[in-house]
Ligand binder design. Structure first.
Ligand SMILES: Cc1cc2nc3c(=O)[nH]c(=O)nc-3n(C[C@H](O)[C@H](O)[C@H](O)COP(=O)(O)OP(=O)(O)OC[C@H]3O[C@@H](n4cnc5c(N)ncnc54)[C@H](O)[C@@H]3O)c2cc1C
Ligand code: FES
Length: 282
């Protein structure tokens, strides 16, 4: 069992948990993830390792409540409670080296997984330009944390309620068009955001890493659930990734595969809400 050492709400439906998992905290690197199962009847959910403290054994996760399991975690798992399974670290770590100037682009809950990468890139001696985007000001989180690890930070909101109005792709294009030397771009967020950012960086010939959130089940390369197409070759995001060359990913296939279980996911959430006495989700 893995004890929840702390839990705090970062924004509506976005919570940060620190879970006691010393074996994971000791060895995890930026870019890796865990797969947890809340209880005996729980499904496996992959979550990025946002931070680790080898001294306390704490592993930080940021969870957006989008369906049955993540909502159940938010509703029923509190500080002092325990999670049944917590497997990791999984996936290949990010390749962190001193490249010069790098750009980290995060959107929505993707800001959480890209934060440890930005921090590691800064620690490796890079000049880090951050671009983070939220739908609106009330959904902002990790702004101060990101600011602390970036040499320059651009914040965008879709409605203009904080920072620039628009999408993360707007400052990305402006920075690259200005002729500034950028050695590599990392981008994590919704698949469509990573696709748009990768199309922009392709125009400017800047190598780009994306982290793919395909549907994962076992997280060990056995089930095939997380299959993605990279440069025409089938890869498993859980063991070959989750990071890949954004210029080689078939994002349209990724997005269609992400929707395969939409009906089952909606039924599962409805059942959970009905049991919890909160009515249906639709
Ligand atoms: C490597 C990786 C790292 C991730 N890191 C984070 C993170 O740090 N924070 C965060 O909030 N979310 C993260 N996710 C997404 C998270 O796993 C899903 O939101 C979660 O599994 C949804 O479960 P649910 O039952 O609440 O929702 P569901 O109703 O089951 O699904 C809602 C949506 O989440 C996605 N999803 C569902 N099941 C899975 C699954 N088993 N694997 C991947 N995606 C799924 C689907 O796109 C689906 O449409 C990550 C996913 C991957 C693959
Ligand atoms: S999650 Fe099963 S192969 Fe990747």
């Amino acid at each position: 069992m893995y004890k929840i050492l702390s839990k705090r709400t970062l924004a509506p439906k976005i919570r940060e948990y620190v879970v006691e998992a010393p074996e994971v905290a000791r060895v995890a690197k930026a870019g890796q993830f865990i797969v947890l199962r809340l209880h005996e009847r729980g499904e496996r959910i992959p979550l990025t390792i946002v931070g680790c403290d080898p001294a306390t054994g704490g592993v930080t996760l940021v969870v957006q409540e989008v369906g049955k399991s993540t909502q159940e975690m938010g509703d029923r798992f509190h500080e002092g409670d325990s999670i049944l399974d917590f497997a990791g670290p999984l996936g290949e770590p990010s390749e962190i080296e001193n490249l010069g100037t790098v750009l980290c682009v995060g959107g929505g809950v993707g800001i959480a997984p890209i934060y440890p990468i930005a921090r590691a890139l800064k620690e490796a001696g890079n000049t880090v330009i951050g671009i983070i985007g939220y739908r609106s000001r009330d959904l902002m989180f990790y702004h101060a944390e990101f600011d602390a690890v970036c040499d320059e930070l651009h914040v965008m909101t879709n409605d203009g309620s904080f920072g620039g109005k628009g999408f993360v792709s707007d400052p990305l294009r402006e920075i690259l068009a200005s002729g500034r030397e950028v050695a590599r771009v990392w981008t994590i967020g919704p698949a469509i955001m990573m696709k748009v950012c990768s199309e922009i960086t392709r125009e400017f010939g800047v190598p780009t890493i994306v982290s793919l959130n395909s549907v994962m089940i076992d997280g060990t390369g056995m089930c095939g659930g997380c299959r993605v197409d990279v440069d025409g070759v089938a890869k498993f995001a859980c063991v070959d990734g989750p990071e890949f060359d954004g210029h080689q990913v078939d994002f349209d296939l990724l997005m269609s595969r992400q929707g395969y279980f939409a009906h089952e996911e909606a039924c599962s959430l409805d059942r959970y809400l009905a049991e919890a006495g909160e009515g249906a989700s639709t």
